[in-house]
Design a protein around this ligand. Sequence first.
Ligand SMILES: Cc1cc2nc3c(=O)[nH]c(=O)nc-3n(C[C@H](O)[C@H](O)[C@H](O)COP(=O)(O)OP(=O)(O)OC[C@H]3O[C@@H](n4cnc5c(N)ncnc54)[C@H](O)[C@@H]3O)c2cc1C
Length: 443
Amino acid sequence: MWYDVAIIGAGSAGLFAALELTRSALKVVVLEGGLDPKTRTSITTGVGGAGTFSDGKLNLSSKIGGNPHAIGCTSTELEGLIERVDAEFTRCGAPAQYSGENVEDLATLKQSASQAGIEFIAGRQRHIGTVTIREVIDTLYHDLLDRGIEFRLDTKVGAIIAEEEGFCLDTAHGAVHARHVIAAPGRVGAYWLREQARSLGVGPAFGPLDIGVRVEFPAELYESIEKIMYDAKLRVRTSTHDDMVRTFCTNPRGFIVREDHEDFVLVNGHAENVRKSDNTNFALLVHIELTDPVEDTTQYGRAVAQLATTIGGGKPILQRLKDLQQGRRSTWDRVRRLPIHPTLDAVTPGDISMALPQRIVLNLLEAIERLDRVIPGLAADSTLIYAPEIKFYDTRYMVKDGMETDLPGFYVAGDASGHSRGIVFSAVTGIYAAQHIVAKNSR
Ligand SMILES: Cc1cc2nc3c(=O)[nH]c(=O)nc-3n(C[C@H](O)[C@H](O)[C@H](O)COP(=O)(O)OP(=O)(O)OC[C@H]3O[C@@H](n4cnc5c(N)ncnc54)[C@H](O)[C@@H]3O)c2cc1C
């Protein structure tokens, strides 16, 4: 069957591209490898993508989540698209309140960060929470069905083949033909897309990588900051290596979770609506870009993840800060005597310096010392460090206006494009691609 547009992946990029296309008369199909929001059990696969089981922190600032200039979007256009995404989430049931709006409080936090040599990126945020985000995505999904968008679930695309006029998408349930394709398979499908893009002659470049740890500490330490900005973005330039280390995905009273991959394990974190822990956690990540002779950040990141998984005996590694500083491994005995209890216990107490490169460990230790001046108590002996946390944004496509690649009609969107990191910016790239297709078809 022929469609005007086939969208691969129903994550936030795919859903918002579909929503934008409902404004046109184009015939659209969404091909999604997973199930609907209420039936799915996979963390990464299914309608809503990786966002459905996240805690739905919406970053509503043009400075967070991607680089608008790399996709040819002006700041004004981007602000408008962010407003649209936020309005849709609200329409579908996201809670009304924001954080990060009080200008005076933000200025005070910025001042104390600056005094410690830390950059604070202020921005408006909306926190939806783990239970509600699933409901919100389900409402959006049914809204799209009601507006005539065709979804084919449990339909993983195998190969993308260029045809004389458009593309053929091969699936286990038969071939789908479309004049335009928006490929938005998320991080889970990024390497699959890389193979498909190469065979289509659309060569992606290697993008940067973030490698680090999850830091967990008593929730009281972050309470005053949480009132100002729920997920405060703090960036440190380290003294020894002049590298950039940033906090990411802060979860007040949240939980550490384990991310299982084919041949390694990683850690992540989330905060729930109802169930609360006594701890707060955030990712602390070192930004890595590789140049000649090794540009392949994927291979580097995977090698680090595999080594850490080997050292952890197949589980993430947990170490108290004092042990990491003193170069000795942690043991369950020492961890159990701490005043703080880990929220993830399927871990191996061990030595993170055996698993992560020395430069990364040094960067992390220096950053924690510096951050302690903004979050007093963070550098306490008992602070818990989990490894590894790795963010693979390691494939980036050259795109023209509207996320179109060099191959006419072939668009990329969301995290797999290498141009977004998060729910809102992914949605923005999806809308941007859809707008371009609509404009092209109305000429
Ligand atoms: C635990 C966790 C917590 C997070 N918390 C937050 C947060 O609080 N705030 C935030 O902004 N971001 C958060 N993120 C990141 C956020 O979820 C992603 O940035 C966002 O979902 C990316 O959207 P996307 O549409 O690009 O891809 P995804 O959401 O990953 O969706 C891609 C979809 O494509 C499908 N797919 C893949 N390959 C194929 C194929 N070959 N054929 C058909 N379908 C395919 C997948 O099944 C998936 O459903 C979190 C991520 C995780 C894992």
